[in-house]
Design a protein. Sequence first.
Length: 149
Amino acid sequence: MSNQQARRKAREFAVQGIYQWLVSRNDLAPVEEHIAQSADFEQADAALFRERLRGAIANAERHDAGIGRHIDRQVAELSPVEHAVLLLASQELAHHPEVPYRVVINEAIELTKSFGGSEGHRFVNGVLDKLAAELRATEVNAARRTRGQ
């Protein structure tokens, strides 16, 4: 399995873990342990999975505040799948500048298509476009200037 595929698998498992945490509000350790016992977990980048899962949950309150600025409802009213994907993507946008913002958004869209409702990916895309412009203004503006030429 390629590094890119292992990272994608890690993100899939991270979304599943964040989802479980959102729905149950259990401690993180049993959630993490349960996910790590999944049949195809060995295909995932385990370090990336743990870092993204732990980071998204540790920073959930701050990420929710950022997400909340860009939606027309309360964060608590989001579907758990969309909420989980947005928390993961917010973590990557805020704390992992080595991952281009377009990659973060594209991965989030694909995760939402895999796990969410039929139109959820459009909602996630719109929120993350705004969040990326806020958290990574320089990178987003540079990309927009390049596309405009």
